[in-house]
Design a protein around this ligand. Structure first.
Ligand SMILES: Nc1nc2c(ncn2[C@@H]2O[C@H](COP(=O)(O)OP(=O)(O)OP(=O)(O)O)[C@@H](O)[C@H]2O)c(=O)[nH]1
Ligand SMILES: [Mg+2]
Length: 239
């Protein structure tokens, strides 16, 4: 649920998912360009670009598959370049009752490709609205890598966005199903000084709505509030 009361969560499963990018990587490619609605029910669509960052094998591709309603791949197959996935997510503004669609464009790039080609990171961050910084509960090194990731993203974003604001950063802990065996402790998470969204993307299945809602609602809430604050309609979010 939305923590701050600005938006209402999706009343029912209207979310439609489309994928673009390399068709061979995406079984849903080209199915839909956007949700089809009757003319009288036309709603505004607000689009946001979201870059997914994290070490190789941390679960970036699995997470994007999960939020787009696709089956989570069971084996780690390094993402060879950039793969973009579009997810439509409906919401209703609590204050006005107005319904709108969020259109998230997730940019997932294999970490090895990112390191190999200098031009990839600037492309991923060009006009990005948000960055998901991923670490895995099953890999302490990926947790310790978070400051480097955040700095890398901030530096590249500053270089590619001479004007405009820096992308919003959200920390996501993947493989939460392995928390019992994790050596990332609650103390480590508190010391981070940043809220952490915990997710599990179990291979070979499609996630239910309740599993994808926290991430999509969180993104929608933060990005919408930031836009409203920029437009002078809300006090600036200090987090
Ligand atoms: N148990 C469990 N396994 C997961 C989870 N998320 C991802 N995995 C597995 O972790 C492996 C790597 O996941 P990917 O999503 O391919 O990793 P990636 O970050 O995209 O890696 P690169 O493309 O190489 O940068 C796969 O075998 C996934 O099935 C999770 O939440 N729980
Ligand atoms: Mg990948």
């Amino acid at each position: 649920c939305f923590p701050s009361g600005l938006l209402g969560g999706p009343p029912k499963r209207q979310a439609l998912c489309t994928c673009s990018g390399a068709p061979s990587l995406s079984p849903l490619a080209g199915l839909l360009e956007r949700p089809v609605l009757p003319p009288q029910a036309a709603v505004d669509v607000v689009g946001y670009k979201v870059f997914v960052s994290g070490r190789s094998g941390v679960g970036k591709t699995a997470l994007v598959a999960q939020v787009s309603g696709a089956e989570v791949p069971s084996a780690h197959q390094e993402t060879p370049g950039i793969q973009t996935t579009t997810v439509f997510w409906p919401a209703k503004l609590r204050e006005s009752g107005r319904a709108l669609f969020f259109r998230f464009s997730f940019w997932d790039c294999g970490e090895a490709a990112l390191k190999r080609f200098d031009h990839i990171l600037p492309s991923c961050l060009e006009k990005a609205d948000a960055v998901l910084l991923l670490f895995s509960f099953a890999d302490r090194a990926s947790f310790e890598d978070l400051p480097r990731q955040a700095n890398r993203v901030a530096a590249a974003a500053a270089a590619s966005q001479s004007s405009g604001r820096a992308p919003l950063q959200m920390v996501v802990g993947t493989k939460f199903d392995q928390f019992a065996h994790s050596d990332v402790t609650e103390g480590d998470l508190s010391a981070l000084g940043h809220s952490v969204l915990r997710v599990k993307s179990l291979a070979g299945r499609r996630a239910g709505l309740s599993e994808v809602a926290p991430l999509l609602n969180g993104l929608a809430e933060h990005l919408w509030r930031q836009d409203q604050a920029d437009a002078g309609l809300l006090p600036l979010d200090t987090e």
